[in-house]
Write a protein that binds this ligand. Structure first.
Ligand code: A3P
Length: 289
């Protein structure tokens, strides 16, 4: 397990995906005003929202999502996870045409300062902590490059004691909460996209200034449904797709949390997050009780 993760500025990251050299290079990354950034803790639904944003960007460029021309453009892009890859990726990204799309699991204080200085727009995706933990547990145990856990109880202890790749989720929420009022940041929850995908996609498109016809909206919704993403995952995510598109729903935590674990998480949430803007947005009482 120790070889699979390394620590950088007090936070753990997977050795196969991140490196201190890349983090160092990231500090001088030059963000642009028209970059499209998706921020979310692992297992919040980042691949789902990436699909939606990629299609919206294609539409903004007068391309049809999923068509030949837009597929080619996607292939030429850099792997969108900002902190994942070699240290030269930012040099290559500086040559990409706008709008560039990127995803990050990083906390705001570990993002390059230019993102905030240049007012790049950020869609911040959050999900209820019990489903995040449940999803993370299954994912870790299926992915060879992440530590696996003998039991759910082991995982839960690690989750609650901050020993997760990309750090503690509650700290992640607290840190992002400091930015939640900013005009160039839009917060959305996994649960609200699930509840009303059409309204969510419309709001996201409006935030990024992308006009959308009813027909385009329907296409985005069709392509981003759990069923179609799972069905196409061979093409889009290779063998990783099987691991990623697991249940795609709300409240799977009810199948795994013990009474005691529920109490522990409820208490931690109440103490650390409940009173914050992001905490209220999560509708904890509705989705976690
Ligand atoms: P579950 O493990 O609960 O099924 P991430 O992309 O950040 O790694 O998040 C993965 C989670 O998002 C998984 O949750 C996955 O099933 C879910 N997901 C992926 N695509 C989705 C979609 N189109 N609709 C709903 N949930 C989706």
């Amino acid at each position: 397990c120790d070889e699979l993760l390394f620590s950088y500025k007090g936070i753990l990251y997977p050795t196969t995906l991140c490196s201190p050299e890349t983090f160092k290079a990231l500090e001088s990354f030059e963000a642009r005003r028209d970059d499209v950034i998706l921020a979310g803790y692992p297992k919040s639904g980042t691949n789902w929202l990436s699909q939606i944003l990629t299609d919206l960007i294609a539409i903004s460029q007068k391309k049809t999502p999923g068509s030949e021309s837009s597929a080619n453009a996607e292939e030429q892009e850099e792997f969108p996870y900002l902190e994942v890859g070699d240290a030269e990726k930012y040099e290559r990204m500086s040559k990409l045409s706008s709008p560039r799309f990127m995803v990050t699991h990083l906390r705001p204080e570990n993002l390059p300062i230019s993102i905030f200085q240049n007012n790049a727009k950020i869609l911040l995706l959050i999900r209820n902590p019990k489903d995040v933990a449940t999803s993370f547990f299954h994912f870790s145990n299926r992915l060879a490059t992440l530590p696996s856990y003998e039991t759910w109880d082991d995982f839960f202890t690690n989750f609650m004691t901050k020993k997760m790749p990309w750090g503690c989720y509650f700290e992640y929420l607290s840190e992002w909460n400091k930015y939640a009022e900013k005009e160039n940041i839009m917060t959305i929850t996994y649960e609200e996209v699930k509840e009303n995908p059409a309204l969510s996609v419309k709001n996201i498109a409006t935030f990024f200034g992308i006009p959308l016809t009813e027909e385009q909206l329907q296409l985005v919704l069709e392509r981003s449904s759990f069923q179609s993403m799972k069905k196409n995952s061979d093409k889009t995510h290779g063998s990783f797709g099987n691991i990623l598109f697991r249940k795609g729903g709300v409240s799977d935590w009810k199948n795994i949390f013990s009474e005691d674990q529920n109490e522990k998480m409820d208490k931690a949430f109440e103490e650390q997050i409940a009173g914050t803007k992001l905490g209220k947005k999560l509708k904890y009482d509705l989705y976690c009780k």
